[in-house]
Every structure is written in structure tokens, then in C-alpha cells.
Design a protein around this ligand. Structure first.
Ligand code: GLV
Length: 324
């Protein structure tokens, strides 16, 4: 008998077919939305699951899932998991690092460019038919090349952004992180380590790439926004909750900072209503890793994590250590 697994959300057909060679698979290709109760009940009937970042595997869920053995998140972030509770219950947790690093760094840079150069704001103006003549200050924004980027969170994606900024755009790169990079890594990214305060006060563009945890909740709130330059832009490709979105909407409306680019939101897919009405923000629906090859690589790695756990006793990119 094949182990029973559930794939929480729609996935590539060929990845599903590959999973079916190894498992008895419950799929959700119809994308029927879960409530916490319906998800918990469904998960409790399986020994494995392939989840996305919006499917919770927390202590409440785990309590009902006594047969669960392995959960593979199709995301590098895993704040939907309670990893200590999973470990205590002997459940292997895994994520999809590395395969999305460069694509996500590309997107961070795209969002920075769109925000600094006011691309979506000006496109909306054009589509509304308001473009009647050229003006010297029409949608004049911030400079990107040669400016200073401050990267908060210097993991793999942060370093990818730093390389693009330093080598592609001649930017000065400053960063803050829980731990400082090695001298070699700093040299490769041409990045200088500074305090969070110095970063906020001196960066022309602040890029957030820190993982979410209760400790990083509202890393950027009213006090931090007040430290930034009035000409600065803020880009969040990390996680909703890293920024206090209500405070950001006020800072944008009052032009305390120039602009923001957001791919992630507190309570997404809900977006703070005030962010929807300020013009100086670029909003995208959590798509930083969404190139087709990268989404395929993420789906395949998540599938391989389950296959590897159930055939070899260990996932390929595990987040914890458990005995099978
Ligand atoms: C996306 O946000 C991810 O964590 O992969």
C-alpha cells in the first residue's frame, strides 16, 4: 500500500503524476479553499503533505494529526510551520531553499526599479488617458544607479540583490543582519555591515529580506519609517508582518518617505485598505518567486522532499531532524 499524502493546493500536472507513482495522493486541483477546520481534518487522514506558505501546520493542527510523518513546504519561508512542535511530534519539515534565490532577487530588483521610477503609477495615468503633453517633472522619481541600497536581512536572496546592485547598477551596498557575512562574501557583494539605525538613516532604498518570526514582527513601524530619508523608498519582499502596513500607509500619504514597493502584506491576501488608495506604492500579490522554471523547480523539490523522506527516511532539504 502506498503512503497517503495530500497536496494542499493546485500544482503542475506532471509533478502530481510523479507523486502518484509513489503515493496515494489526495489533490486539490480544483483549488477548493480550506478553513482551518477542514484543512486539519483532511491533513489528519494523511501521513504526508505538500503545502504552500498559506497552509498552517501549527500546534493546534498537529494535535489532530497523529499519523502525520512529513510535510514539504513549497516555499523557502516556513512561518506557517511550528517547527519545534513538528519535531516534538516526529514530523519531518522541509522547505525549498536555493532554487528560488536568483528569481526572487530579480523580482526584488524589479520592484525597486518600478517603485523608484514610478512605473505603475505612470502607467495608470497613461491608461486613464491623462497624458496630454511632456513635462519636465512628469513622474520624475529617485535615482537607482549610483545610489545607496540598504539590505535588511543578508541571506541568500539578500546577497543576490546586493550582487545585482553593486555589479549591475554601481550602487553602494550597506546591510544589516543578525550575523555579519564573512569577509569573502562581503567582498563578493561589495557590501558593508552597518547598524540598523545607520541603514535606515542613510539608504536611498531600503530592501527587506528578513525571515518572519515573532521577533521580526513590525521590524519596520512608525519609529523606523521616521528614521528614513523623506526621499527614500522601502521594498518588502520578505513577509507580511515585517512592516506595520497601517503605519506605512500613513508615512506614504504624508510623504514621510517617497514610495514603497510591496509583494507581501499583513493578513494577505487582504491588503490594508489605506495602501490601496495611496498612489506612491507598487503592490504585487506575493509573486517574487513566480517565474515558470522556478515554480517548477520549487514544486519538484517539494515532491522530492516527500519521496526522499518516505523512501530514504530523510528529506533533501529538511528543517528539522527526526527519526523515521
Ligand atoms: C515565498 O514567499 C517563499 O517563501 O518561498
Amino acid at each position: 500500500m502506498k503512503p497517503k499524502i495530500i497536496v494542499a493546493r493546485p500544482i503542475f500536472d506532471d509533478v502530481l503524476a510523479r507523486l502518484r507513482e509513489h503515493f496515494d495522493v489526495t489533490d486539490n486541483q480544483a483549488d477548493t479553499p480550506w478553513t482551518k477546520a477542514s484543512w486539519t481534518k483532511a491533513l489528519s487522514q494523511h501521513v504526508g503533505a505538500l503545502t504552500t506558505g498559506s497552509d498552517p501546520v501549527d500546534a493546534d493542527v498537529l494535535q489532530a494529526c497523529t499519523h502525520l510523518k512529513a510535510v514539504a513546504n513549497m516555499a523557502v519561508g516556513y512561518n506557517n510551520f511550528d517547527v519545534p512542535a513538528m519535531t516534538a511530534q516526529g514530523v519531518q519539515a522541509s522547505n525549498t531553499p536555493d532554487v528560488l534565490t536568483e528569481t526572487t532577487a530579480d523580482f526584488g530588483f524589479a520592484l525597486l526599479m518600478a517603485t523608484a521610477r514610478r512605473i505603475t503609477e505612470s502607467e495608470h495615468y497613461l491608461r486613464r488617458g491623462e497624458w496630454t503633453q511632456w513635462r519636465y517633472d512628469m513622474f520624475a522619481g529617485a535615482e537607482v544607479h549610483g545610489s545607496t541600497i540598504g539590505i535588511l536581512g543578508m541571506g541568500r536572496i539578500g546577497q543576490g540583490i546586493a550582487r545585482r546592485a553593486a555589479h549591475g547598477f554601481g550602487m553602494k551596498v550597506i546591510y544589516h543582519n543578525r550575523s555579519r557575512l564573512s569577509a569573502e562574501a562581503e567582498a563578493e557583494c561589495k557590501a558593508s555591515y552597518v547598524s540598523k539605525e545607520t541603514l535606515l538613516q542613510t539608504a536611498d532604498h531600503v530592501m527587506l529580506v528578513v525571515p518572519y518570526s515573532p521577533a521580526s514582527h513590525h521590524t519596520i513601524g512608525a519609529a523606523e519609517l521616521a528614521q528614513m530619508k523623506p526621499t527614500a523608498t522601502l521594498i518588502n519582499i520578505a513577509r507580511g508582518g515585517i512592516v506595520d502596513d497601517a503605519a506605512l500607509a500613513v508615512a506614504l500619504r504624508e510623504k514621510r518617505i517617497a514610495a514603497a514597493g510591496l509583494d507581501v502584506f499583513e493578513g494577505e491576501p487582504q491588503v490594508h485598505p489605506d495602501l490601496l488608495t495611496v498612489p506612491n506604492v507598487v503592490l504585487t500579490p506575493h509573486i517574487a518567486s513566480a517565474s515558470i522554471p522556478t515554480r517548477r523547480a520549487m514544486a519538484n523539490l517539494a515532491a522530492d522532499n516527500l519521496i526522499s523522506y518516505f523512501t530514504q527516511g530523510k528529506s533533501l532539504t529538511p528543517l528539522n531532524s527526526v527519526s523515521a
